[in-house]
Design a protein around this ligand. Structure first.
Ligand code: SIN
Ligand code: CO
Length: 376
């Protein structure tokens, strides 16, 4: 259990999405949730997204995993980065929990990097908010102000930005946390072999939202209104598009967005879908609801698979969205929805609040059989 030393209300008001912050000693007596060897092992797996960034003889190079060996790399100037480590190492997922004051739908993943001395990914700008915790070792981090900077490919898979002046310039030690909002250039180079844990948050842009909404309409064969002009009048200029026609086109698109049920259905399924594979093993054979109830009663919690995304809309306590699918409870039940979406496990003690225990157990059993919640 990691305890974050941070005044959350003050942080949200003054720093979140506004300016970077060094949280010196953000975690007291920080213990690495994973070792460099274990991390190197994860980067050898096909299903896990990883990158190796090197700067040998001042030449940047980046390669995507999986990797077979690190022996040829030597002692300096390289870093290996593993995305969504929290999906594969439950101990790493623990590191995301102290940041749950940011809504779950904004959470992306925990990326872990191991850097040898002088190793880093170079100066760059991210679109995401990130809390970078220093694990073992020391690393020199610089963060610049959010000003327009030229960006260029230092290598095919490595986007850099031009040099910047630092507003934060610090040597991070174990337990220190660096918060960087989107748009602030930064670079970090290890002084000693270093582990860094990046708890990242995503925010979609309008382009991605529009494209995903359109995909939802197409995938679900949803009928939308078609443009019509039964009121057409004779006109002289054949090539002209008139303002009321443009307005009507825009309204047509707006109408599709204004369908509140559709909008929620789309957003709930889209945002709950995992971007990286999950470590999910469906039950074989299936559990019965009685078996699930027995395990809970014996004190075994049903644990949510690390990285599983589950969300609900305030005021709607019958439907929740889990891993890209809508799931419906037998009746409105705020406590049940909250158990599935707001908590990381279900215990026997949690069940007492429920309006319909049997109905909830049926749903939980389906989720357990899918492998989304599991018993140790
Ligand atoms: C890292 O090198 O651990 C973090 C990379 C980044 O700045 O995004
Ligand atoms: Co970055």
């Amino acid at each position: 259990m990691y305890q974050l030393n941070l005044d959350i209300a003050h942080f949200l008001e003054h720093y979140w999405q506004k300016r970077p912050l060094l949280i010196k000693g953000g975690f007291t007596d920080f213990q690495d949730p994973i070792s460099p060897d274990e991390l190197a092992g994860l980067a050898m797996e096909e299903v896990i997204e990883s990158r190796l960034v090197t700067r040998f003889n001042n030449k940047w190079e980046a390669a995507h995993g999986p990797f077979e060996s690190y022996d040829h790399l030597g002692e300096e100037n390289w870093t290996v980065l593993v995305q969504a480590c929290n999906h594969w190492a439950p101990e790493v997922n623990e590191l995301a929990l102290p940041f749950q004051f940011i809504p779950g739908w904004r959470f992306d993943d925990v990326m872990v990097s191991f850097s040898t001395p002088h190793g880093g990914v170079g100066p760059h700008i991210d679109n995401y908010d990130v809390f970078i915790t220093q694990g073992q070792g020391k690393r020199h981090w610089r963060v610049g102000d959010a000003k327009p900077l030229n960006e260029f490919a230092a290598h095919a898979a490595l986007l850099h930005c031009e040099p910047f002046e630092a507003i934060i310039d610090v040597i991070m030690e174990p337990g220190d946390i660096l918060y960087i909002p989107p748009g602030f250039p930064h670079e970090g180079y290890a002084i000693e072999p270093s582990l860094n844990f990046s708890v990242g948050f995503r925010a979609p842009d309008a382009k991605a939202l529009i494209s995903s909404f359109a995909d939802h309409l197409i995938d679900n064969e949803i009928r939308t209104e078609r443009y019509g002009d039964a009121d057409l009048k004779p006109r002289a200029r054949h090539g002209e598009i008139q303002p009321h026609e443009l307005h009507r086109l825009r309204e047509l698109m707006q109408q599709a967005l204004d369908d509140k049920t559709l909008f929620k259905e789309w957003f709930g399924t889209m945002i709950s879908e995992a971007k990286h594979d999950l470590d999910v093993s469906p039950m074989e054979p299936d559990y019965s609801a009685e078996e699930v109830a027995d395990l809970l009663t014996q004190g075994e919690p049903a644990i949510k698979v690390p990285g599983l995304r589950s969300v609900w809309f305030s005021g709607e306590s019958q439907t929740c969205y889990i891993d890209g699918e809508a799931w419906t409870l037998p009746s409105e039940d705020a406590a049940a929805i909250s158990l599935l979406c707001d908590k990381d496990m279900v215990t026997q003690a949690d069940m007492v609040e429920l309006a319909d225990q049997a109905g909830f157990l049926q749903l939980l059993t389906r989720l357990v059989n899918r492998g989304y919640w599991f018993f140790n």
